[in-house]
Design a binder for this molecule. Sequence first.
Ligand SMILES: Cc1cc2nc3c(=O)[nH]c(=O)nc-3n(C[C@H](O)[C@H](O)[C@H](O)COP(=O)(O)OP(=O)(O)OC[C@H]3O[C@@H](n4cnc5c(N)ncnc54)[C@H](O)[C@@H]3O)c2cc1C
Ligand code: SF4
Ligand code: SF4
Length: 411
Amino acid sequence: MTRTAKSISEVVTSGLCIGCGLCEAITERRVQMTMTPLGGLRPDSVDTFTSEEEDRLLSCCPGVVARARPQTDVAQDMIWGHHSTMRYAWAGAPEVRFKSATGGVLSALGMHLVESGTVDFVLHVAPDPDHPMRSTWVMSETAQDVLDHAGSRYGPTAPLAGFMTALERGQPFAIIAKPCDVGAVHALSRVDGRVDQLCVARLVMVCGGQSRLGKSRKLLDEFGLEEDELSLFRYRGHGNPGLTTVETKDGRKFEKTYQELWEDEGSWELETRCKLCPDALGEAADIAAADVWPGGGPIGEDDGFNGIIVRSPAGEALIESAESAGNLMFGGAITPREFDDFQPHQVRKKHAVHARLTGLSQAGFPMIDTQGLRLEELDAHLQTEARTTQISGIKERIASGRIGEPLPEKD
Ligand SMILES: Cc1cc2nc3c(=O)[nH]c(=O)nc-3n(C[C@H](O)[C@H](O)[C@H](O)COP(=O)(O)OP(=O)(O)OC[C@H]3O[C@@H](n4cnc5c(N)ncnc54)[C@H](O)[C@@H]3O)c2cc1C
Ligand code: SF4
Ligand code: SF4
C-alpha cells in the first residue's frame, strides 16, 4: 500500500528531506537547519515539533507532497507541463547578463520587480559571507542587492528558512528558488492565506539536482585549500557558463571550467530527493528559467541565453513589463521538443520517477504524493525492462543503506 511519511523524522530518515528550510521557518528557528556529516542541510531536533507544527509541515514538505499549480486555457506538454510561453530570453543589461548564471533572466526579473515597486523585496539565496562555499537565505531590497546575489549555488541551500520572516513583513515579495522550494510554497498557500496575498511572483530555475557539500569540499581538496581560507566560492556566472572560481583571503585564485566540474557524473553527490524528484521543472512557479545548450551541455562560453517557461498570467504580465522597461530581451520561440534536446537528463528522469517512487513504496518506504505532474502517464511510455530496472535499482539502494539516513546528531 502506498503512503506518505507520518512524521518529519520519517521524511529525514527516508532520505526525502531536501533541506528546504521550512522546518526552521515554521518553528520560528526553534528547530534549525544543520549541516550533516553527509553534507546535506537537515532540521535538527525533529522530536520537538508541536503537533500543529508537524501537521502543517507534513501538508507542504517536499518530502511528502509535490503538486503542480496548473492554469486552464494554456498549452500542456507531457514532459514540460502547462505553459503559455516558451522562448529564448536574457537580461537587457549586459552587466546582469554577464554576472548571472546563464542569461540573467531570474536576476533581471527580480530586479525589475523591485525597481517597478511591484514587490518590496526578493527572497532568494546568496553565499554565506562568513563561509562563502555555503549558502544562506537573503531578502534583497534593491536591484543592486538582487544582482549581488545572482548565480547558481549548486550546494545545499535552505531558502524557505526565511519564508515566515518574509511573510511576517506583511509586504508583497517575490521568491527565486528551486522547484521543490516553490512547490512547498504553493502547498503552504493552501493552509496559510498570506502566501497568495504576499508572495506575488514565484520564479525558479529548471533543476538537475542539488549536490551535497562534499562535491564542493572535493574541489577544495583538489586545490589544496581549507574552507576557512576562502573569501569567494562562485560555482558559475561571469560568463555563460563561466568558470567555477575560488579565491582565498590571502589573494590566491583557483579556477575550473564547468565541463571539468561536472564531467564525472559519479562525483555529483546528488541528494536522494533529487533522484526521486517529481517536479524539477517548476510546475508550481510563474516562470521557470533554464539553460539552452543543444544536447544538454556547453561546448564553450557564450553571451548567455536562457530558455523561459511562463506558466501563469502573473508570469506573462511580468515578462511583458520587464521587456517594456528594457530589463528583459526576447529571442525566438522554443518548442517543447527543443527543450527535450536542451535537457535530455530531465526527460529521462521525468519518465523514470514513477517507477523509482514505486520502488520506494515496494520496499516499505514512504512515497511523495504527487498531483498534476503526469507521472503515471509518462511511466506508461517506459519499456517493461526499463521500469523493472528503475524499481529494482531503488530497492537495491535501500537494501545497501544508500537511501535512508540517520537523524542529525544533537549538539
Ligand atoms: C542546483 C541547481 C541545478 C540546476 N540544474 C539545471 C538543469 O538541470 N538544467 C538547467 O537548464 N538549468 C539548471 N540550473 C539552472 C541554471 O544554472 C540557471 O540557474 C538558470 O538557467 C537561471 O539562470 P539565470 O542567469 O537566470 O540565473 P541568475 O540570474 O544568476 O539567478 C539565479 C537566482 O537563483 C537563486 N539561486 C541560485 N542557486 C540557488 C539554489 N541552489 N537554491 C535556491 N535558489 C538559488 C539565486 O539567489 C539567484 O536569485 C540549475 C541551477 C541550480 C542552482
Ligand atoms: S524538506 Fe523542508 S519541510 Fe521537509 S523535512 Fe526537509 S526542511 Fe523540513
Ligand atoms: S532536483 Fe528536485 S528535489 Fe532536487 S533540488 Fe532540484 S527541484 Fe529540489
